[in-house]
Design a binder for this molecule. Structure first.
Ligand SMILES: Nc1ncnc2c1ncn2[C@@H]1O[C@H](COP(=O)(O)OP(=O)(O)OP(=O)(O)O)[C@@H](O)[C@H]1O
Length: 238
């Protein structure tokens, strides 16, 4: 049995005296898309920051493909899109994409870049402009393109559809399904439960510091005897 792409056990973290994570258990398998949902302030970003080793755990353990998350090697198979993606304003979109690939030790690949840019409908003219001229949605598309272009086995995406129009959301979902098709694992946070319902193999609802429910969207609705995932979510966090 292969190691899970991601394994959190009893993870606890306090922020400014507030117990944000109080014993989180969560697995993401290779080839699985998991959507992490929760109300504002539930601790989704904190959980992602913990697994990226941006902050120290108070308790518990995290492994990425069996490697403890504090080892630099653990993050080698990982690509991460932060919640507030902010590219350097003076770089053009093309320069930024090439820069990110080079930073990650990957040779800039014009064909793959072209395919990704087209897949996300990031206007090719826009790639020649500096990022300071980008709209919110274009900036988000650039961040997504830069992240999804990296050939990794685990993608951690914090609110990836934020600011995207409906067409861009649909294109993003296709791009994520292509990652899954080649066996990559994806953990994403989202407030858009319709997207989670459509895209994710499982939803994990973070509430009161713990995973209140983890399972397929259909199992979630059934568990809470709800007519929709949204109604089930409201029961879970009620
Ligand atoms: N660096 C920090 N220092 C102190 N408190 C923090 C820090 N980061 C987060 N918090 C607090 O931890 C709690 C969880 O925040 P977090 O951003 O993880 O929630 P979230 O589920 O991602 O929220 P949202 O859906 O609004 O993005 C909040 O009360 C927040 O104020």
């Amino acid at each position: 049995m292969p190691d899970p792409a991601l394994c959190l056990r009893h993870v606890a973290k306090r922020q400014r005296g507030h117990q944000v994570l109080a014993g989180v258990d969560l697995d993401v398998a290779p080839g699985e898309i998991v959507g992490l949902a929760g109300i504002n302030g539930a601790g989704k970003t904190t959980l992602l920051r913990c697994l990226l080793d941006f902050c120290t755990l108070d308790a518990g353990s995290i492994t990425l493909f069996g490697v403890p998350h504090t080892r630099p090697a653990a993050r080698r198979p990982l690509a991460y899109l932060p919640e507030r993606f902010n590219p350097p304003a003076h770089l053009t979109g093309s320069e930024f994409l090439a820069h990110v690939q080079a930073l990650h030790g990957e040779r800039p690949d014009a064909a793959a870049t072209g395919t990704m840019v087209r897949a996300l409908e990031l206007d090719e003219d826009a790639l020649g402009q500096t990022a300071r001229h980008y709209s919110k949605g274009m900036t988000q598309k650039l961040g997504l393109a830069a992240t999804l272009l990296l050939a990794r086995d685990l993608y951690v995406l914090d609110e990836p559809t934020s600011g995207l129009d409906p067409k861009a959301r649909a294109l993003f979902k296709q791009a994520v399904l292509a990652l899954r098709a080649r066996g990559a694992a994806v953990l994403l946070t989202s407030h858009a439960l319709a997207d989670v319902d459509e895209l994710c193999d499982r939803i994990a609802i973070l509430h009161a510091g713990r995973i209140a429910f983890a399972g397929t969207p259909a199992a979630c609705a059934a568990h809470y005897r709800a007519a929709s995932l949204e109604q089930a979510f409201l029961h879970a966090v009620g």
